[in-house]
Design a protein around this ligand. Structure first.
Ligand SMILES: Cc1cc2nc3c(=O)[nH]c(=O)nc-3n(C[C@H](O)[C@H](O)[C@H](O)COP(=O)(O)OP(=O)(O)OC[C@H]3O[C@@H](n4cnc5c(N)ncnc54)[C@H](O)[C@@H]3O)c2cc1C
Length: 469
């Protein structure tokens, strides 16, 4: 068995692992071994459906040290007026260049692809090459870093919870671009952003809305993309922050909070008649929502158990099925629900959300905090995790953790300066635009409402002091 030694063993080379390693080696002179089952960095994007794009602008995605895309505002299509969003292919090429042109040449990062992390024992951490079977024992001088905790669950890699009869055409969205023959219609299964992307892509490709049936058991709250714009449009992001803090000062529960954000143009829902119970932090434009609303055949509050050639069995009775349907499985949850756990715990770290909805910003923040001289209690105070369960009801708890962390980091001069200069922070540069009345107004509103918001959130959530190692 081969033996190697390193300061940090990072398992997972998706956006989390890459943004963390980039920030860590920028701030500290350390040695890192980065491991992934996949052959290259990029994580789930390597297996994403071909028509996927980032939900958010490329301007704030990737690693801190290298831009993704050209920070341009799109002029045409569903994203017109908003900052460009990378495709999966662009994201994969980007992460590959970060690894091969920046991290590996630094001489401080080694990458072991197609390698499975198998756990640890008294000897050290065990890796197995998925190509050769070669085993490697890793001795870690500082920390083991779990960059798989918020790993994405995607349709092309998951096993659906329902069964299908032979002859039923069930595909992940990936296969829609490669059908052998035309479909009589499409049945889209799932309530998340992948299902929305799939419906929008079908509509955009010319499929009649009447040819689409959508099993959407629950509805989600979604960020309006208009409110998530950085750089020259950062006033929109600052307005979102101000609205968020004001709503947090008043809201009685997660549903009330979400409706306040909707009233102020921050949250969207697909169907005005349905109260959304899901929140996974996804972003969409009102143009996409308008297109989705043209689909009338929506089946609600039923979970599919089995698809036969002439009937669909659900947990609330059977429905008829057409033989020539293509069923599109969009039921993988994407962002996985997690249980609370501190980020810094002795010889272990767990990468997770410490900002609302943005994985790379969270991971880079953690990497930067890790490079500091603090003990674990101090680092955990700066990085309280936002534990996503996917439920609207959790919005107040998530907000409390997010605002607690932001306030703690803002009161630390070095960390605040790092955050202000980070391309991953959508609010970066806002403080230099105080001549814009909208930005000025947003800062003033945040200052006015922050205290009442923290008090209200603590009261409503019964927030405990945050666990530290
Ligand atoms: C369709 C889609 C669009 C999204 N859009 C956005 C967006 O616009 N903005 C945003 O912030 N987030 C978005 N997300 C959320 C997404 O989860 C994050 O952006 C991010 O890509 C997740 O990165 P990750 O590294 O945490 O997980 P992953 O990309 O899943 O990477 C985890 C890696 O860990 C590896 N791994 C797991 N177990 C082991 C093991 N035992 N040994 C070795 N390797 C292992 C896996 O092979 C994988 O490569 C989107 C998610 C989806 C599904």
């Amino acid at each position: 068995m081969r033996e190697i030694e390193t300061d940090y063993l990072v398992v997972g080379a998706g956006a989390s692992g890459m943004a963390f390693v980039d920030a860590l080696v920028t701030a500290a002179d350390v040695d890192v071994v980065l491991v992934d089952r996949r052959h290259d960095p990029g994580g789930h994007w390597l297996n994403a459906y071909p028509f996927v794009r980032l939900h958010q602008p490329s301007a704030n995605y990737g690693v801190n040290s290298r831009t993704l895309g050209h920070d341009q505002i799109d002029e045409a299509g569903l994203n017109a007026g908003f900052y460009e969003r990378a495709t999966a292919a662009e994201i994969c090429a980007y992460f590959s260049r970060v690894l091969h042109e920046d991290l590996l040449p630094s001489g401080r990062v080694r990458f072991l692809g197609t390698t499975d992390y198998r756990g640890m024992d008294g000897d050290g951490h065990h890796l197995t090459s998925l190509l050769t079977g070669e085993e490697t024992l890793v001795k870690v001088r500082r920390r083991f870093v779990d960059a798989t905790y918020v790993e994405s669950s995607i349709p092309s890699r998951h096993t659906p919870s329902f069964t299908v009869d032979p002859g039923v055409r069930l595909v992940p969205p990936n296969d829609l671009v490669d059908l052998d023959e035309p479909a009589g219609g499409f049945t889209v299964l799932g309530a998340g952003k992948t299902a929305m992307d799939t419906c929008n892509w079908l509509l955009d490709a010319g499929v009649d809305p009447e040819q689409i049936q959508w099993f959407r058991p629950r509805d989600p709250w979604l960020f309006d993309r208009r409110a998530m714009q950085p750089l020259d449009l950062v006033a929109s992001y600052m307005r979102m922050q101000a609205t968020w803090v004001a709503a947090a000062a008043q809201a009685e529960d997660g549903g009330d909070f979400a409706r306040r954000l909707e009233a102020d143009g921050i949250f969207l829902r697909i169907d005005a008649q349905e109260e959304p119970t899901m929140f996974r932090g996804a972003t969409i434009s009102s143009r996409e929502i308008d297109a989705l609303r043209t689909i009338d055949q929506v089946v609600r509050e039923r979970r599919v158990l089995h698809i036969g050639t002439d009937r669909i069995v659900t947990d609330d009775g059977d429905l008829g099925a057409q033989r020539d349907q293509v069923y599109v499985d969009c039921t993988a949850p994407g962002v996985r629900a997690t249980v609370p756990r501190p980020v810094f715990e002795g010889d272990r770290m767990t990468l997770q959300y410490v900002t609302i909805g943005i994985v790379p910003w969270s991971a880079a923040t953690i990497g930067t905090v890790e490079a500091r001289a603090d003990d674990d209690a101090g680092k955990n105070r700066l990085c309280p995790p936002l534990t996503f369960t996917g439920q609207t009801a959790d919005l107040l708890r998530i907000s409390h953790a997010g605002m607690t962390g932001m306030a703690a980091r803002a009161s630390d001069a070095d960390l605040n300066a790092w955050n202000e200069g980070s391309r991953l922070n959508p609010a970066a540069g806002a403080a230099q635009r105080l001549d814009d009345p909208q930005v000025q107004e947003a800062f003033a509103a945040v200052l006015t409402n922050l205290g009442p918001a923290m008090a209200n959130l603590a009261l409503r959530t019964g927030a405990e002091p945050l666990a530290t190692a």
